[in-house]
Design a binder for this molecule. Structure first.
Ligand code: SF4
Length: 312
């Protein structure tokens, strides 16, 4: 099935279905790019026909971490930089679940950078959305891993002396099988990319440019944008690792020169996910752990009961 074949068809699910009753209104600052992620994710879930109870959204710490308060699904608001290990464990325990992890650029490329690298390398079957606004927003605008060199903040009043992380190239060299960049100012493309990323079998990394008008006054840098897959100016094959790598480097350089290049940069089909590799060598149980938990016959559950009894 084409990634976009569900778009435009009669839907079983509506975007509003993913608005929770408890916190229906997001409290991000006016103009924050995080609203764009929420809207795109709701649209993607509706396009894919996912029920809220078929999805798990795991978030880290930061303004982005509020996402699962505003998105109706199973949710886990984890600790700083640790959304990926939790998302991986959930997917291995319940392979039927559609698992999305999300966090900011500080959360994902800084504090959780090691998890990002190894989750990509192992090709876990989940989608990772990184809200990339080039600052630590929640803690009042400190320099982050993607802040451009020379960026001034309270922690770097004379300007950052460091070159920023290259998220797309990092994902590719680490082993991600799907790498894309989109922007909150481009909601249609963002929704299409999230549909494709969620459908992808393997680790899908989406670097989502999200302006922070409160702490990053260069917020308007994300417009205008160019979709590299649609532009006549760029001719590359996202299935070719070498061409994808070159295109990523061009996009990463361009971002700090005021040109925003978005789109699908690398798509590798047919590579087994971590779970499939484990199954092939006989290391995955036939019955998912999530189903075993409710079965009294399993020894490990009785052990768990004994553990609880001991620590009462
Ligand atoms: Fe958004 Fe920045 Fe406000 Fe956080 S501080 S909600 S990232 S605009």
């Amino acid at each position: 099935m084409s990634a976009f074949s569900a778009i435009g068809e009669e839907r079983e699910h509506d975007r509003d279905e993913y608005t929770p009753g408890l916190e229906p209104q997001a409290t991000w600052c006016p103009g924050c790019g995080d609203f764009g992620v929420l809207k795109a994710l709701k649209g993607a879930a509706a396009d894919l026909g996912k029920s809220p109870d078929e999805m798990l959204l795991v978030t880290g710490i930061g303004c982005s971490g509020k996402l699962n308060s505003y998105f109706e699904s199973y949710g886990y608001h984890s600790i700083h930089g640790r959304s990926l290990p939790i998302a991986r464990a959930a997917k291995l325990a319940n392979p039927e679940l559609t698992v999305v992890a999300a966090g900011g650029d500080g959360d994902g490329y800084g504090i959780g950078g090691n998890h990002f690298m190894h989750t990509a390398r192992e090709n876990h079957d989940l989608t990772y959305i990184v809200f990339d606004n080039e600052v630590f927003g929640l803690t009042k605008g400190q320099t982050s891993p993607t802040s451009p060199k020379g960026h001034k903040s309270k922690t770097q009043p004379h300007g950052s002396a460091k070159d920023p992380v290259r998220p797309l190239s990092l994902a590719l060299t680490s082993g991600a099988s799907y790498v894309a960049r989109t922007a909150a100012v481009n909601p249609n493309q963002a929704q299409e990319i999230l549909v494709e990323a969620i459908q992808h079998d393997g680790f899908a990394h989406v670097d989502f440019l999200t302006q922070c008008p409160t702490w990053n006054k260069d917020a308007r840098q994300y417009v205008p944008y160019t979709d590299v897959n649609d532009s006549d100016e760029y001719d590359f094959d996202p299935a070719d690792r070498g061409e994808a790598s070159q295109m990523m480097q061009t996009a990463e350089d361009a971002l700090y020169e005021g040109e925003v290049l978005t789109g699908r940069f690398y798509v590798e089909e047919g590579r087994p996910s971590y779970q499939q590799e484990k199954m092939a060598i006989g290391e995955m149980p036939e019955e998912p752990l999530a189903e075993r938990y409710f079965d009294d016959d399993y020894e490990w559950e009785r052990s768990y009961d004994r553990f609880l009894e001991k620590h009462k």
